[in-house]
Design a protein around this ligand. Sequence first.
Ligand code: SAM
Length: 273
Amino acid sequence: MERRPRPGAGPAVPTEVPLGQPTAARMYDEALGGKDHFAIDRTANSRLYGAIGEERVRNTAMENRRFLGRAVEYLSRECGVRQFLDVGSGLPTVRNTHQIAKEADPDSRVVYVDIDPIVAVHGRALLADDNTRIVTADMRRPETILDDPQLNGLLDFSEPVAVLFVAVFHFITDEDDPARIVRAFRERQAPGSYVTISHLCADGMAESEQQGWYSGFSGATVPMVLRTEPEVQGLFEGYDLVEPGLVRPWRWRPSDDGSPRTDSLLGGVARLG
Ligand code: SAM
């Protein structure tokens, strides 16, 4: 499979909202029907829509978002998890992780992490709550997240923590070693913790759609990397996938949440024994 990460994507975390390039957070917001994006993001999404089809792209975003919601519901209601670390959280939208977790227990603690400073700008007002924090950091340097004082002031890693990497690893190149990133979080987690991952998957995806994802993100602040099913499966190393395993997100513990059905993503939840 051909991979075309954007050359020169550096490790520095931007401190100002990047206005000259589209960002994944704002493009995703636009695809979900949100309002926190700029013309440059709409232009990038127009390229995606032209190549892949607008309905398909929007359905992929929504299917992913519904999966995130069901995964957090499962973790909070059925597994009793009270601490969540949502990495690559994106802009606040409807049914955010902290809102779902607090439905199960108002004392649930949630830390959001995103490389895009716009997430903190828009999030701080909305998430003004003692048990919810937002950290601007780059998951390619996991220690900057795991050693963050704000995070450690809220989350207790001696107790189970659910780490969410939902629709974010397809922005991390092989050179940045996704397995190393997951391992860094796993090594900090206590037994009974969980990881949740969803990922755009090249297997079963038309060549034209693959090209569309690459060209849509070619000028963005983060690169795009589609992976095969075995590669996505490999990210769960050291954890045990819960039923139904790694599947198309709409098939993961489906409910009547109106999830669209595409075959562009894979998603799963796994437990640390
Ligand atoms: N997780 C949310 C969801 O699934 O609804 C948002 C997914 S959005 C498609 C991907 C997010 O990952 C964006 O907000 C983007 O800024 C963030 N991201 C990309 N690369 C990142 C990195 N290296 N470190 C932290 N966040 C990153």
